[in-house]
Write a protein that binds this ligand. Structure first.
Ligand SMILES: NC(=O)c1ccc[n+]([C@@H]2O[C@H](COP(=O)([O-])OP(=O)(O)OC[C@H]3O[C@@H](n4cnc5c(N)ncnc54)[C@H](O)[C@@H]3O)[C@@H](O)[C@H]2O)c1
Length: 152
């Protein structure tokens, strides 16, 4: 018996780093996990391997490789959870990109992409199916992190 038995939890950016650890932790407590990672081929492979690892330990896991910064992609992720497990209870908003520059040197396209990935999907996660289903949204991501505030 775990404290998350039968709960369905989406973890974004689950292929590696903190996301992987959140996924293992929720699965160990009995949650059915939806492992999202956009990443490249290596991250996709890592997400698939993590799903197999969890299933090998008696858990339930599926993968999804949509971009959570894209409205349609986030929608497909939510549907993937519903299709696989018939419910949604929580999302761990972990996926992020840290491209660290001194603030004044950061290329605008980096800034825009970071805002898109780090903020837009929070709105998406708090909207639509999640809101209707009253799912818990756990924010586990940096909002903004200049490398060295004294460098401004
Ligand atoms: N590691 C730290 O010390 C630290 C400290 C503070 C905050 N954070 C935040 O915690 C989160 C996880 O950190 P980490 O070090 O494990 O990161 P990481 O770079 O190791 O992993 C992030 C994962 O998110 C995925 N991802 C990125 N954009 C995506 C998108 N649009 N859609 C789906 N997946 C996407 C990547 O492919 C990657 O596998 C990040 O948001 C980061 O900003 C990390």
């Amino acid at each position: 018996m775990g404290i998350c038995d039968g709960r369905v939890v989406i973890i974004t950016g689950a292929a590696r780093g903190l996301g992987r650890e959140y996924a293992l932790g929720f699965a160990a407590e009995g949650a059915h996990v939806v492992l999202n990672d956009l990443g490249g081929a290596a991250d996709r492979k890592a997400a698939e391997a993590l799903a197999e690892e969890i299933k090998g330990s008696g858990g339930k896991a599926v993968t999804n490789h949509d971009d959570i910064a894209d409205w349609d992609g986030a929608g497909r992720l939510i549907r993937a959870g519903l299709d696989a497990f018939g419910a949604l209870h929580a999302v761990v908003n972990n996926a992020g990109i840290l491209r660290i520059f001194p603030f004044e040197e950061e290329p605008l396209e980096n800034w825009d992409r970071t805002i898109q990935v780090h903020l837009r999907c929070d709105h998406q996660a708090a909207d639509g199916d999640f809101r209707v289903r009253n799912a818990q949204v756990l924010m586990a991501r940096t909002i903004a992190m200049p490398q060295d505030p004294t460098s401004r």
